[in-house]
Design a protein around this ligand. Structure first.
Ligand code: UDP
Ligand code: MG
Length: 315
């Protein structure tokens, strides 16, 4: 019999914990050859999430939990869950029932077929505005052309992996985590399972357009240095262009003498170069920031309370 650990990051999901458990345990019952355990990761919730999880764990021996000292973000919560998992198979999924537990048997069957990973992909993006939908599709195009990894459009962070793949994911212990990229980077064979998008069961989404944009940018800078190369190429082009222009101006001065008017062209060149320099510094700065964050090598999360002891816990 195989063991399957469900890793569930929870941030202010008090009203979802019990409904999630009920639905997931129905799916677990449908998998006769799998013993399912739960690892709820309470990511510093400020509502009653931890109390709900603790109560559930007291009732059911297969329920375990990790509770952070503060909110470290979903990426850190997923990492902590994977780090504390021990199952032959591990699935990460949201607590708000937007990732239907009913897909779990199909995912386990996919792995039985020989895949290393079974991941869910939304069929539609209904419930999202036009702007968000087009920005998202533009992002995937840009990201896939800038990075060597291929991000699957409409993929969500709901996937079941073999122990081998989980161990590979855990080897990437960077602090600026971009899981979608990490899952793609480690490789292995993924089976995609499409499903209809579902509205969140209770509570509200923690993503704003701004935090999504931040996450999206991190995704590119974590997996590609092409923007840096673009800055270098832009510099080469500008230098070459400037040299030609300088030569042309010098020759003109030599032939026709000093030409005083030229306010507009000077201003245009000045403003343009200022803009290019500022942009280049910004791009380089993004990478310097990443080096800074990684160099500090802080723990990705701190645990306040857990019932899964590990010797090498960072806390
Ligand atoms: N989450 C988390 N820490 C955070 C934000 C979110 O652990 O700082 C969890 C959240 O509880 C949920 C999952 O990540 O289980 C997805 O969050 P959300 O539903 O807000 O994202 P969306 O479904 O809107 O993409
Ligand atoms: Mg959600």
């Amino acid at each position: 019999m195989k063991t399957l650990d469900l890793v569930i990051p929870c941030y202010n999901e008090a009203d979802n914990i019990v409904p999630f458990y009920e639905e997931a345990s129905r799916a677990a019952a449908a998998m006769a050859d799998c013993r399912v355990s739960y690892i709820f990761v309470n990511d510093g919730s400020s509502d009653g999430t931890q109390a709900q999880i603790r109560a559930l764990a007291a009732l059911h021996p297969e329920v375990h939990y990790i509770s952070f000292s503060r909110n470290f973000g979903k990426e850190a919560a997923m990492y902590a869950g994977l780090l504390h998992s021990s199952g032959d198979l591990v699935a990460v999924m949201d607590a708000d029932l937007q990732h239907p537990p009913a897909l779990l048997p199909a995912m386990a069957a996919g792995i039985e077929e020989g895949y290393d990973c079974c991941a869910a992909r939304r069929l539609d993006r209904e419930g999202e505005g036009w702007l968000r939908r087009s920005l998202s599709s533009l992002y995937y195009r840009i990201s896939n052309s800038l990075t060597d990894i291929r991000l699957e459009q409409n993929a969500v962070d709901f996937r079941m992996m073999t122990r081998q793949m989980v161990n590979a994911v855990l080897k990437l212990s960077e602090s600026e985590r971009f899981s979608k990229g990490i899952f793609a980077w480690v490789g292995f064979e993924t089976k995609w399972i499409p499903y209809e998008n579902i509205e969140r069961q209770a509570g509200k989404s923690k993503w704003s357009l701004r935090s999504l944009a931040r996450y999206a940018l991190d995704g590119i800078t974590s997996f590609s240095v092409k923007p840096l190369r673009a800055v270098r190429n832009m510099g080469i082009l500008l230098c070459a262009g400037s040299l030609i222009y300088i030569l042309a101006v010098l020759i003109k001065v030599l032939i026709r003498g000093v030409d005083v008017p030229g306010y507009t062209s000077t201003l245009c060149v000045l403003l343009f170069l200022g803009g290019v320099l500022e942009l280049s510094m910004g791009i380089v700065g993004e990478y310097v920031a990443q080096i800074y964050i990684e160099a500090k090598d802080r723990p990705l999360f701190l645990i306040k309370e857990t019932d899964i002891p590990r010797e090498d816990d960072p806390s």
